[in-house]
Design a protein around this ligand. Structure first.
Ligand SMILES: Cc1cc2nc3c(=O)[nH]c(=O)nc-3n(C[C@H](O)[C@H](O)[C@H](O)COP(=O)(O)OP(=O)(O)OC[C@H]3O[C@@H](n4cnc5c(N)ncnc54)[C@H](O)[C@@H]3O)c2cc1C
Ligand code: FES
Length: 452
């Protein structure tokens, strides 16, 4: 393949979010990189670019880079990176200079060399440095991150995508920013709870340490309070679903405009309530904030259902709930009950919901899985009828592009080449060859072939 510079045939590498960099055969030899660059290869996300190089013809959809997240507006995911987009200063002196220096650093960019000095100064990929880790409970940890130069402020309640290399695979997960935007040191926090059987949450909570660098995306999401004074908010949260509420509450306090607020939070026990102590102290100091923790296992396993969300409980803890704007975040069972109640009351427009995972429908008892062929990778794996095809691909050692893992961002979109898949949210079966499917929310419905 021509390298576009009138030179000899070239190979190419994926160096960023959907970017391909053409290399001369000479440049493809790793020994040709300057020693410093090889250091960077060992230390940072740049290594992926070089390790993953392959001729263009063999580039797979899996290389749609889910690890090196967009650093700048012009590289941003057009589907998901919309909220609070701040235009980058165009034509600034700095960008003019780097445009010139990029000519001398080809096939890399100046930013790749800047990364050797400080990964937070790069422009080709936004990164964050882990500054501090703090155990909230025995299985939840708050990570303080200092973002790189292209970071833009978030709105309280928004989330961020975080890239993590684990055991040679590169994963992306989404975490709500649990700190308020008003934090003065320019850092932000995420608070992660271990999910049983989860791959990444455990790694973040147990292994991440100060000094580590992580690729991150830009803040996203529509789950935030209106700019105008919210009408008496009611927060309903459970488990790690407390993170957006915490960010919003801290933000309202920092702005000294905390309205009359009620917060009902569900956790198994007092000792494993994330931010429990902090929110109880907040309630003690601010009479406008009423915090009602509900400990679902305090009465013992037999009686835990008594503590679950219900109309009677809501009437007792927040009798004026109908007059409030409700912000709910937690497991699907809680959100389903809340949604049903608000719908019944004709108040759905006053309910704002944030989900951490997709709401899946019951898979029919007679549903069958099948053999899933990943055409570009030449891999076939056996799948049941309930496991997402994204998970099947990862279990088979592939690294498909992904983002939200819940059918929102379309980062995982791929083509169904043949066979049938089932949308796990709706139960709908798709069998049109050539149609676009989302592996993160589809499972096999018989044998199928995906363009991955
Ligand atoms: C917008 C958004 C914001 C989020 N904010 C936070 C946050 O602030 N704190 C936080 O801890 N997590 C948050 N999450 C969830 C997070 O992205 C991961 O899904 C979670 O950490 C599990 O990842 P994992 O790799 O450990 O599990 P995986 O390996 O992806 O999944 C393992 C198993 O656990 C199930 N599972 C996946 N996610 C969950 C979940 N959230 N609850 C229960 N079971 C699950 C899967 O179905 C699977 O069976 C958020 C998700 C979204 C979409
Ligand atoms: S990963 Fe976001 S839609 Fe599949």
């Amino acid at each position: 393949m021509d390298n576009g510079r009138g030179g000899s045939p070239a190979h190419s590498v994926r160096i960023g979010y959907g970017r391909t960099c053409h290399l001369s055969p000479q440049a493809c030899r790793r020994e040709d990189f300057p020693p410093g660059a090889r250091g960077a290869v060992a230390e940072s996300g740049v290594k992926l670019a070089w390790r993953a190089w392959r001729p263009v013809g063999s580039t797979t959809a899996a290389d749609k880079n889910n690890y090196m997240l967009p650093a700048t507006q012009d590289e941003a995911d057009p589907v998901t990176d919309t909220a609070r987009a701040q235009p980058r200063p165009q034509g600034s002196l700095l960008s003019a200079i780097t445009r010139i220096t990029d000519l001398f650093t080809f096939p890399l960019r100046t930013s790749h060399y800047v990364e050797l000095v400080n990964p937070l100064w790069t422009t080709h990929q936004l990164q964050a440095r882990v500054m501090e880790v703090w155990d909230e409970t025995r299985d939840a940890r708050t990570i303080t991150l200092k973002p790189g130069l292209n970071w833009r402020g978030h709105r309280a309640g928004q989330h961020v995508r975080v890239g993590l290399p684990v055991e040679g695979q590169h994963y992306t997960r989404t975490y709500t920013i649990s700190s308020p935007p008003e934090r003065p040191d320019g850092c932000f926090t995420i608070t992660v709870k271990v999910v049983e059987g989860g791959r990444i949450s455990r790694h973040i909570v147990r292994n991440l340490k100060p000094g580590d660098y992580l690729p991150i995306g830009l803040p996203q999401g529509e789950f935030f309070l209106p700019d105008a004074q919210p009408v008496k908010p009611l927060f309903i949260s459970a488990g790690s679903g407390i993170t957006p509420a915490r960010s919003m509450l801290r933000s309202l306090l920092a702005q000294e405009r905390l309205p009359d607020t009620v917060h009902i939070h569900y956790a198994p026990h007092a000792f494993d309530t994330i931010f429990g102590q902090e929110l109880r102290a907040m309630a003690d100091h601010h009479p406008r904030y009423r915090f009602h923790p509900v400990y679902t296992r305090e009465l013992g396993e037999q009686q835990r259902e008594k503590q679950y969300f219900s109309l009677a409980q809501l009437e007792q803890l927040c009798p004026d709930w109908r007059e409030r704007d409700c912000y709910a975040c937690g497991p699907q069972s809680l959100l389903a009950s809340v949604e049903a109640l608000w719908q019944e009351a004709g108040l759905s427009r006053r309910l704002h919901v944030e989900r951490f995972r997709a709401a899946f429908a019951q898979v029919p008892a007679d549903a069958v899985g099948g053999a899933v062929a990943f055409a570009k990778s030449g891999v076939t794996a056996q799948a049941d009828s309930a496991t997402s095809l994204l998970r099947v691909a990862e279990d088979a050692g592939l690294n498909p592009a992904h983002g939200c893992r819940m059918g929102i961002c379309h980062a995982c979109d791929t083509t169904l080449l043949s066979g049938c898949v089932r949308d796990l949210r709706t139960g709908e079966v798709r069998n049109e060859a050539g149609s676009i499917v989302q592996p993160c929310i589809c499972a096999a419905a018989g044998d199928c072939t995906l363009d991955l």
